[in-house]
Design a protein around this ligand. Structure first.
Ligand code: AMP
Length: 293
């Protein structure tokens, strides 16, 4: 019956993105691990563009773990101001999972003056990554809350290095699906100056592109101290240096890279399409092929 879920998921993808063409059925093409072995190589992230030249088909249908099971375990990756916070709020609203942001958890520790907060502060102020051993303590302290197990979760910027992702795998929290939002550097820098955060719930806004509702919410919004151009360039470098390593421990067919440019609602339509597809049993390899068309 898995095919019913796939069909439902693909119909969902078409509807949500406004695209009429259904993704081609890659199951009918050569296996990615076909006789010549090239599929193994050219279905790796970053090498997909070379597939055609080498006559390699996109990865065939391979079920993505138990992505369609409940509760969902999701990971999201993006550069600073890449839209993670906004999309996480949407994901939590629709899919009922609990958000876990190490950035938010660390800021809470800094505010409360805990030993973890004291250790993390100088790194955060400089836009550098907080050391892995500190992050591991934050992860363990946070996920001891049984709500994460009960509701499922979205790991929002939790795994920023290979060591952290391997830790998450060892702790039994490997995401069923990992969404990577791609946003060019200059867009990140442009977004940062206008970004404002609602401190009561962590929602992010942008003064020009997604302004906070006037009145009480707009009045209480703040600008983060590390949201300035100099520090954001350091944060961006940290992201780019560590991104491949952070994704390396996850099977490549659980990773879907999507365009993070556009209005928040447009990006949400893409994110939702991926998650709706994953829930219905559509593989991320197939979903990725759809977005790549
Ligand atoms: P964010 O709120 O996600 O932009 O994170 C703010 C800052 O917290 C980052 O610039 C890092 O200094 C720190 N941070 C958050 N999550 C991590 C992590 N998983 N590993 C290392 N540092 C982190």
């Amino acid at each position: 019956m898995a095919w019913i879920g796939s069909v439902v998921g693909l119909v969902g993808l078409t509807k949500l993105t406004g695209k009429k063409k259904a993704p081609e059925d890659t199951t009918k093409k050569a296996s990615p691990s076909g006789d010549n072995g090239l599929g193994e190589i050219f279905n790796q992230p970053g090498l997909e563009d070379l597939r055609e030249a080498f006559g390699v088909a996109p990865a065939a249908f391979v079920p993505v773990g138990n992505a369609h099971s409940v509760p969902m375990k999701i990971g999201i990756y993006a550069p600073p101001a890449g839209g993670k916070g906004t999309q996480c709020a949407n994901i939590c609203d629709k899919y009922g999972v609990k958000q876990f942001s190490t950035g938010d958890a660390l800021r809470a520790q800094v505010k409360a003056g805990t030993p973890i907060g004291k250790e993390a502060k100088s790194f955060m102020d400089a836009g550098k990554l907080v050391p892995n051993d500190v992050i591991e303590k934050v992860i363990l302290a946070t996920v001891s809350d049984p709500a994460y197990e009960a509701k499922g979760f979205i790991l929002d910027g939790v795994c920023r290095t290979q060591v952290q992702s391997e830790f998450v795998v060892r702790e039994g929290m490997m995401p069923h699906i990992n969404i990577v939002l791609e946003v060019p550097d200059e867009e990140v820098v442009a977004r940062i100056s206008g970004r404002r955060i609602d401190p009561t719930n962590g929602r992010s806004y942008h003064l020009k592109f997604a302004p906070p509702p006037a009145g009480e919410i707009a009045n209480r919004c703040i600008q983060r101290s590390d949201d300035n151009e100099t520090i954001v360039r350091t944060r961006l470098e940290e992201y780019k240096t560590n991104k491949a390593g952070a994704l390396a421990p996850y099977p490549s067919d659980t990773v879907v890279t999507i365009n993070g440019l556009g209005k928040p609602a447009e990006v949400w339509a893409r994110v939702d399409a991926v998650l709706a597809g994953a829930k219905s049993g559509v593989t991320s390899a197939k979903t990725q092929a759809f977005f790549d068309q």
